[in-house]
Design a protein around this ligand. Structure first.
Ligand code: BG6
Length: 479
């Protein structure tokens, strides 16, 4: 018996700034990642406040999807993709974010990409803003701290909705919007880094500013969802959450309460607003205790109520433990670290691998909201090696994905309504946290390295054929 739906959306996920390159071509403006250097697992990348001579900025060429999109989409089609998650670079359409009229060359590029997908029956799943705030908005507005960004973003959305209304049905407003509850969110998603030049790990944290910026983003998200629902009834509008599953380190009630607090403010806050249409009661106490006051404008509450999502999407890579034990070992992770779980292994970057955590997480989310879910990021960042015969035997990646798919199916058997699965970085791309090429996720290898060298040639890894079989059997053949 087939466990997954017949029309299950198998595919892969990417983000413009991590794979397009062509950072200043055809009228594109700079976004925050265009000013980020590369780093590594042990040495943090930097964000500069202007382009520095002689410094390597990985997003500038990335893997040059801009000039390889036909070849890349043909490879996705060969794997059997039903959907392709990609983002539109805001700065290709509005180079500073503030123009009234869009850049036609940018619009044409995405039109061509969507047409290429549709030619193969691949449904585009579009993230409207994936960690790529126009840098001019950082300089002018200190990013999302300024409510003016709500209007700029709305204008951007109105343009792309109208232009692509017959090509794109599935939209996600902000990638990992809840990243804004963390200090790193200032750089990644909120753009509240005006003037800052330095390591991304040392961006000064100003929670008042951060939560105000996050509120403005939540309002912007709801506003454009309402516009979409009113004007384009065929659109399906989703959110996108970085879900960091947290377990209490011990059964000490103090650890349980601490875990609940962290789970709420990190994982649930934004989606509670985006699904239910209002701030949850627990937010009030947290914000008061931290001395944070969110300034709301008349009408904000109505907008949040009227712009709720149709489906919930999230990234899932790992889990962490939470507890008050002073001497427990620490682990790193996606956006935040936590405590080491003695039952789990970790990737080379220290992210703890926890397939069963995905089943648990899917069930937790579905119990809370009862709307369709989609896993739009999951995968193993690993060092890949080209063998002498030219093959790339990424059995570790196959194993990781296979175990997660097994648990995803368990969750569906538990009753979760799951729409699809798009593993991250289906083609090798730049790492968001470190700016490395060496941290590879793809089914397709790209000949590109951390010093910027490489021919950009694409090569199938062992996992390519494996994923082709998985999709062809709708998740039944996993070996
Ligand atoms: C998610 C982001 O948090 O994790 C992606 O949405 C990112 O942009 C992915 O690339 C994997 O993280 P990293 O740091 O390994 O690239």
């Amino acid at each position: 018996m087939q466990i997954l739906k017949k029309d299950f959306l198998w595919g892969g996920a990417t983000a413009a700034n991590q794979f397009e390159g062509a950072w200043n071509i055809d009228g594109k403006g700079s976004s925050v990642p265009d000013l980020c250097t590369n780093g590594s697992h042990t040495s943090p990348k930097r964000v500069t406040n202007k382009i520095e001579e002689g410094v390597f900025y990985p997003s500038h060429e990335a893997i040059d999807f801009y000039h390889h999109y036909k070849e890349d989409i043909a490879l996705f089609a060969a794997m059997g993709f039903k959907t392709f998650r990609m983002s539109i670079a805001w700065t290709r359409i509005f180079p500073t974010g503030m123009e009234k009229e869009p850049n036609e060359a940018g619009l044409l590029f995405y039109e061509a990409v969507f047409d290429e997908c549709l030619k193969y029956g691949i449904e585009p799943l579009v993230t409207i803003s994936h960690y790529e705030m126009p840098y001019a908005l950082v300089e002018t507005c200190n990013g999302w701290e300024d409510r003016a960004c709500i209007d700029y973003f709305t204008n951007y959305c109105e343009v792309i909705f109208e232009r692509y209304k017959d090509k794109v049905k599935y939209w996600l407003t902000f990638n990992e919007i809840n990243g804004g509850t963390l200090p790193l969110g200032s750089l990644l998603s909120l753009g509240t880094i005006k003037g800052y030049n330095g390591k991304i790990t040392e961006v000064p944290d100003r929670p008042q500013e951060r939560f105000q910026a996050l509120h403005n983003q939540l309002v912007a998200s709801a506003k454009v969802i309402k516009i979409a629902h009113d004007k384009y009834p065929n659109f399906k509008m989703g959110n996108m959450i970085v879900f960091i599953t947290m377990y209490p380190y011990t059964c000490n009630p103090d650890d349980i309460v601490e875990t609940q607090k962290k789970m709420r403010m990190m994982n649930w806050l934004c989606s509670d607003v985006q699904v239910r249409g209002y701030y949850p009661s627990y937010a009030k106490r947290y914000l008061e205790e931290k001395g944070i006051q969110i300034k709301m404008k008349p009408g904000d509450e109505e907008i949040l109520k009227e712009g709720t999502i149709d489906f919930y999407t999230f990234s899932y890579y790992m889990s962490n433990c939470v507890g008050l034990m002073p001497d427990a070992a620490e682990s790193t992770g996606n956006l935040i670290g936590g405590l080491k779980n003695p039952y789990l292994k970790a990737s080379d970057w220290g992210w703890q691998i926890d397939p069963k955590g995905l089943r648990f997480t899917l069930n937790e989310i579905y119990d809370r909201y009862q709307i369709p879910l989609m896993v739009v990021e999951n995968g193993l960042g690993a060092y890949d090696k080209i063998e002498e015969d030219g093959t790339i035997n990424d059995t570790y990646r196959i194993e990781y994905l296979k175990e997660h798919i097994i648990q995803m199916k368990e969750a569906v058997a538990d009753g979760v309504d799951l729409m699809g699965y798009t593993p991250w970085g289906c083609i090798d791309l730049i790492s968001a946290s470190t700016g490395e090429m060496a941290k590879r996720y793809g089914f397709i290898f790209v000949d590109k390295y951390d010093d910027g060298s490489g021919t950009l040639e694409r090569k199938k890894k062992k996992s390519f054929e494996w994923y082709q079989k998985v999709i062809g059997s709708n998740g039944e053949k996993l070996d």
